[in-house]
Design a protein around this ligand. Sequence first.
Ligand code: A2P
Length: 318
Amino acid sequence: MKTITFSNGDQIPILGLGTWKSKPGEVYQAVLWAIEAGYRHIDCAAIYNNEKEVGKALHKAFEDGLVKREEMFITSKLWNNAHRREDVKPALKQTLKDLQLDYLDLYLIHWPISFKAGVGFAEIRKDFYTYSDVPLSQTWAAMEEVKKLGYARNIGVSNFNITKLGEILKNCTEKPEMNQVEMHPYLPQEKLVNFCKSNGIHLTAYSPLGSGDRSSEAKKPDEPILLEDKKIRVLAEKHHCSAAQILIAYSIHRDIVVIPKSVNQERIKQNLEATKIQLDEGDFEKLNSISTRHRFIDGSFFTKGQSPYKMEDLWELE
Ligand code: A2P
C-alpha cells in the first residue's frame, strides 16, 4: 500500500480504519477484522470513548501474532480539555494505557478549542478557556515535549485552518507534520492542501464518505448525501466498484491519507480493496467538476451560546 513518509522516516499507510462513531461493543471486532484484512493503520481519539476496546483488539492481535506492534501505525488525539502544558502528558499516558501501547505513531491536537480540565463538552462560559488563557503555542510546546519523551513518534494537529497553522509554524521548534481535516469532493480544501503541502505538512481526510452515521441531531435537515452523488455513481459504474471506493480512491489520488470508518466486515474489506483502484486524470477532473460544497462537521457545536469561540477560529470563511 502507498505510504506517506514523515521527516523521521516513519511511514503512515495511506488508508487507515476510522473509529469515530464505532460503538465500544463493535470496535473490538472491527479492528480485528481490519488487521486480518491487511489494515496496518488505525485512527483513534480519546473522545471517541472506545480506546479501551481498540486497545483490547490490538493486544489480541499482537498476542496472537497476527501482526507486530512495529508493523502498525496508531494515531490518537488530545481532547480539548487537556490543552494546558501540564495536562498533555497525562492525557497521552491515559490514551496509551487504554490502547495498551508504549508509544503512539502519531498524536494530534484534536481541535483548536480549549475546555477546562475535566469538562467533556463545554457549553457554559466558565467551562471554556480562551486563547489568552491557554495559547495554542503552549499546547504545541507540550506536544513537542511528549514527542521528545518518546510517547509519540510524530505530532500534528486536526481541524486547523491556515491561520492557526501559521501561528504554530511561527512559534514552534518542531513543525506539525500532519493536519487531519474533513475532506472529500464536496470539500476539497484546495487552499489548505496547497498551504500544507508547501509547508511540508501532510494531510489526512476524515469523514471521506460523508459520515452518514452521525446522529440526526448532528445533521443539517437539507444536507446532501455524498455516497449518492450522481457523478460519483457514474464513476463507480465505470470502475465496477462502489461509490465509497471511488471516494477513497479520490483521496489516495491526491496523496492524502484517508480513514473511512466501518464496523462491517464486508465494508472494511471493500474499503481496503479501494487502494487498488487507479483513477485517471479524466476521472479526477470529473470529481473536481462536482460543484456541491458541504462541510458535514462544521464545528458549530463549539461556538454556540456562551462560547468564546467563533466559526472563523475554525475555518477560513469564504
Ligand atoms: P458501517 O460502519 O456500518 O460500515 P465516514 O468514514 O465518512 O465517517 O463514513 C462512515 C459511514 O459510512 C458509516 O455509516 C459506515 O457504516 C459507512 N460505510 C463505511 N464503508 C462503507 C462502504 N464501503 N459503503 C457504504 N457505506 C460505508
